[in-house]
Structures are given as C-alpha cells and as structure tokens.
Ligand binder design. Structure first.
Ligand code: NAD
Length: 465
C-alpha cells in the first residue's frame, strides 16, 4: 500500500482525535466543517478511500444511522430552517424530512446487473465517482442534505456541500449531525463535509476544483448553467413552473382539494408545487367553488388581485423575494386583507398573460386561467412549463386527454389526479428525491445517479446453464 503525504496526515489526525476523545479532550469526532474548499476536499478524498475499503453492510449501517438522526432531530431542524430562511411551514418541513429519511434509497439502488449468453458473462457495476461537489438551494436546506447525503454515500462517494449562504446555519447543523451519526456507526470522518462560510466564490472554487469528480447543482438556472459549463460530469436540477390542468371530465371536488393541498405545501416553495391552474371553462366555476369549500383558499377580488400582483412582482417583472415562501396571511396583510389561520393559499382568476402564470412565484398565490377546451389547455400548459422538463399535473378521467398532455409537456414528473407532491413520493408510489434532474435527465436522483458504470466481461465459461 502506498501512502501519500495528505493521506498519512489524515490518518495521524484521526488517531490523535480518537485518543483525545477517549481522554475526554475532544467533545465530537473529527470535523466536517471546513474554512477552505481545499481542506474540505483533501479530507473528503481520504474519507472516500476509507469508505470504499469498507463493506456494503458497513455502508448500510451508516445510512441507517443517518436516517435515524434525521428523524430524531426533525423538530429542531425544521424549526431552524423556517427561522433562518423565513421560508415554508414548520409542519411541512417535518413531512419533508420524514419523506427524505425514509424514502431515499440506499445501497439496494446500486445492485449490479449480470448478463449471460453464448459469449460468456457480462457484469455491470455501479462504481463511485469519488468526491462530489454539491450546491444546494435555500428552499430545502434539510431535505436536500438528507437526500443527497444518503444517496451519495450509498453510492460510495464523499460529498463537499456548498450550502446556500442564507441557509448556512441549518445546513451546517444538519451536516454535523449526519457526520456524527456516520462516525458513530463506524464510518470515516468527513465523508460528508461542508464549507463554514459558503459564498458564490466558494461555489466557484468547488466547480473549478481539479480533485472534485462530479458536480450536483440543485437550484435555479444560473447555478445549473455554471455546473454544466464546468467540463466535469454534472447533474443539474433546475427550476420549474408546474402547471395543473383540469379538464371537464375530472372529479372536480377531488381536483380542487389536491391542487390546494399541493400548491400550499411549504407555502409553494417546493420546485414541484402547482404554480398555476389551467381549467376548461365549463368546470372553472365549480373548481373555484370547491377550492373555497376546502376552507384553505381565499378568492381574491379583481382589485385585490391587482394589489397582490403589484406587491409580489416588482417593476422589472421579477418576483419580489421578500414574499417567497411566506404564509398567505403575511402577504394578504400587506394589502389590508385578513384571513383566518386555516387559510393556506390565495387564488384568483387570471388572464393567460398574467405574470404569475409565467414566473416561478414560490409563494401561496395561485393564478387560475380559463381555457375554452382541453386542447387549448394542453397548448398553454406546454408553453407555461417553458421547456423546464420539470413537473406537470393533470386532473381528468379521460385517458386520451391524460396521455396527450403527458406526451406534449415532456416533464420529468407527470402526476395524474393527485397533488404534485405525490410525484416525489409523498402519498404517491416510488422513491423520493429533492434533486430532480430535468435538464440533465437523471430524473428523481438516487444512489445510482451518483455513480459511473463499469463493465467486466468474461469471455466464454462461468455459466451454470
Ligand atoms: P439558487 O440557484 O439561487 O441557489 C442554489 C445554490 O446555487 C446556492 O447554493 C447558491 O449559492 C448557488 N448559486 C447560485 N447561483 C450560482 C452561480 N452563478 N454560480 C455558482 N453557484 C451559484 O436557488 P435557490 O433560490 O436557493 O432555490 C430555489 C430554486 O431552486 C428554484 O428555482 C427551484 O425551482 C429550484 N429547485 C430545484 C430543485 C430540483 O430538484 N429541480 C429542488 C429545489 C429547488
């Protein structure tokens, strides 16, 4: 075995830390929070080498510890996330974290594939990529870390996170907790590492770093573009503007309930949330009435709609970030409207060219556009999705209509007759992901997304038939 200097210093450091801990001199295992990108990467490289020398059973033990930690500290982390970012709702963060802790696949996702035939055996294995640089959004500082952490480790990688600066405290706390869980389960320190003061500059250093093998960006268009221009293998999970289309054959009350629940979860900050409703005219009034009957939707008058629009869309035609992820009560108070605590979302009749139909608002203010028929609805749905290939939702009992919209819109997630969040496994089948890679095509990422394929071919023989 050959040791280079950095690896040797890492081993020495670990031995010293273990001795110090045993003597009560160090309260926690070796750090996972680094001042510099270089330091984080150096330690992540050592950790990854140690990880791949361990068994899959070891890896599963670490993952079980991460899942348990995310659940044990759920309340604290959810509270921190809402307080620090001022986005979303505590009770929905709780659901997000449970979802990520329990429905992110582990090592079962990297099962190898074997093929035998006249010419022998082919074995395909999903190998680690090495060290991953992950850039994460302000909207999900807990879910993204739980999901990315479990998936990347399950695939045998180390990860260096550059959290969104405005979610730094929550992200750092969660990384420390996951790190501690991994170390206590016998895993290597720094397999999950983070930058103490993340900035755009440190993001750039991660993107450029010669020893980072893969980049994963979860965020808006600029960060996705930045990683895709890096010359490295990169996964881009970008913005969406999911339309919810309702046709005349839908179960309208059910559609109304699903849309209100889907659009209001976490105050609309999930990238998958319904961002606008497109409804066939003949059922539009019933849809709105049933939405109001949920007790969770407030119908804005035309004057209130104008006031809210001026409030949340600025002069440059961009979303006013002060209202992203805020409770509907906070937004409506600004225009002098008071609604009770049960209210979760404001809805309004909107023309097709209303800015909130086209912008990713990420707040509980939901435009409803009427169209003459389902064909017009499909055309508009495709346009407002804007080629993000993210998420679309349709409520219909007509299979031809459902198929036509799914084919036309080409999104990564297409939800039929349910809230959008069913598409990420919340009350829907399938695993969850908080890095949904439309632009680069991995879809709802999981351990396998963070691997590279390796093939071993044995010519002739080794068959048992
Ligand atoms: P953001 O793009 O502003 O930030 C994401 C991360 O990228 C942050 O860590 C930020 O510091 C970094 N960053 C931003 N611009 C960068 C650049 N030019 N170079 C390097 N790093 C850069 O996104 P946000 O506001 O934190 O999150 C909301 C956005 O993320 C929404 O558009 C939402 O749809 C999207 N999102 C997508 C997914 C998905 O899975 N597809 C999941 C969550 C959020």
């Amino acid at each position: 075995m050959s040791f280079d200097e950095k690896m040797l210093s890492g081993v020495v450091r670990q031995v010293l830390e273990t001795l110090m801990r045993e003597n009560g001199a160090a309260p926690s295992p070796a750090t996972c929070v680094y001042d510099s990108v270089d330091e984080a990467v150096d330690n992540a490289i050592i950790a990854q080498r140690q990880l791949i020398a361990m068994t899959l059973e070891d890896r599963e033990r670490m993952i079980a510890a991460m899942r348990q930690t995310a659940l044990d500290y759920n309340e604290m982390l959810s509270e921190m996330a809402v307080k620090e970012t001022k986005l979303g709702r505590y009770e929905d963060k709780i659901r997000e974290n449970i979802l990520c802790a329990t429905k992110t696949p582990g090592t079962e996702d990297i099962q190898p594939l074997a093929k035998t035939g006249d010419n022998g055996l082919m074995l395909l294995e999903y190998a680690p990529v090495g060290v991953i640089g992950a850039l994460t959004p302000i909207t999900n500082p807990t879910g993204t870390f739980i999901h990315n952490g479990i998936s990347m480790l399950a695939a045998g990688n180390a990860v260096v996170f550059n959290p969104h600066p405005s979610a730094r405290q929550t992200s750092t706390k969660l990384v420390e907790l996951l790190h501690q869980a991994i170390v206590e389960a016998g895993g290597p320190p720094s397999i999950i590492a983070t930058i103490r003061n993340p900035t755009l500059e440190t993001a750039g250093q991660i993107i450029e770093h010669p020893r980072i093998n893969m980049l994963v960006a979860t965020g808006g268009k600029p960060v996705v573009k930045a990683v895709l221009s890096s010359g490295k293998k990169a996964i881009g999970a970008g913005a969406g503007n999911p339309p919810a289309l309702v046709d005349e054959t839908a179960h309208i009350r059910h559609a109304a309930e699903c849309i209100i629940n889907g659009a209001s979860i976490n105050n609309n900050i999930f990238c998958t949330c319904e961002k606008e409703v497109i409804v066939v005219d003949e059922v539009a009034d019933s849809l709105i009435k049933f939405m109001q009957e949920t007790g969770k939707a407030y119908l804005l008058t035309p004057e209130e709609t104008e006031k809210v629009t001026r409030l949340v869309v600025n002069d440059k035609g961009k979303i006013n970030i002060a209202f992203i992820g805020r409770n509907v009560q906070v937004i409506l108070k600004e225009i002098g409207v008071t609604v009770d605590e049960a209210c979760r979302v404001a809805i309004f009749d909107a023309p097709q060219d209303h800015p909130l139909v086209w912008l990713e608002q990420m707040m509980p203010v939901l435009p409803i556009v009427r169209v003459p028929d389902v064909q017009a609805g499909i055309r508009l749905g495709v346009e407002v999705e804007q080629g993000n290939r993210h998420t679309a939702i349709m409520h219909s009992t007509n299979v031809d209509h459902l198929t036509a919209f799914a084919r036309a819109v080409q999104t990564t997630i297409f939800v039929k007759n349910g809230p959008a969040y069913a598409g990420i496994g919340l009350g829907g089948e399938g695993h969850t992901a908080f890095t949904i890679a439309g632009p680069t095509g991995e879809g709802l990422t999981s351990a396998r997304s963070f691997t590279r394929q390796r093939r071993c071919t044995l010519v002739e023989g080794f068959r048992i038939i």
